[in-house]
Design a binder for this molecule. Structure first.
Ligand SMILES: C[S@@+](CC[C@H](N)C(=O)[O-])C[C@H]1O[C@@H](n2cnc3c(N)ncnc32)[C@H](O)[C@@H]1O
Length: 152
């Protein structure tokens, strides 16, 4: 977990690939998440504070390896990230290279983008997660790395 002064105020420290893999391996043994969640074509996954999207990207690769289509997987991966630049990086990582056009509603606190290949990206949004209200589906697996700074 980031300490004050060493990293940005938002605690932007990204998780190394080896740790991402062990996190996902451990998920399969959790009481609230198991192999069936990976096999399911309908369960959704949510990462608050997804940074540059590296954990969601690895999860996407794993779900694809279960035979789900790319469209199916992208529709079920959700993320909220407060930093717009990180959010855009995450969208490009998950949806692939392309042009991003901002489509934020004038009165909304939530920023969104359209991807030139995939269209409007509704699942990966830029917002303070504490302000974001959304229905992520009945069977959502919440996972990711921590967000908060330790006060020294
Ligand atoms: C420790 S980093 C982890 C990033 C990513 N999950 C990873 O493990 O690689 C925490 C992330 O949470 C984001 N963040 C911090 N406070 C947030 C908030 N209130 N709402 C949404 N995102 C937030 C930061 O911008 C940062 O990208």
């Amino acid at each position: 977990m980031p300490r004050k002064g060493k990293h940005s105020e938002l605690g932007e420290v990204y998780t190394p690939p080896k740790i991402i893999q062990s996190m996902i391996d451990e998920l399969k043994n959790e009481i609230n998440c198991n192999e069936d969640d990976f096999k399911s074509k309908t369960h959704t996954w949510l990462e608050p504070g997804f940074g540059d999207g590296r954990i969601l990207y690895r999860l996407k690769e794993i779900l694809l390896s279960y035979g789900h289509s790319e469209e199916n997987v992208l529709n079920r991966l959700y993320g909220i990230e407060i930093n717009p630049e990180s959010c855009k990086k995450g969208i490009l990582k998950l949806y692939g290279e392309g042009e991003l056009t901002e489509i934020t509603n004038q009165h909304s606190k939530v920023r969104r983008w359209r991807h030139s290949k995939w269209g409007d990206v509704d699942n990966l949004v830029c917002s303070n997660l504490f302000d974001y209200e959304h229905n992520f589906g009945n069977t959502v697996n919440l996972f990711g790395n921590s967000l908060f700074e330790i006060e020294e």
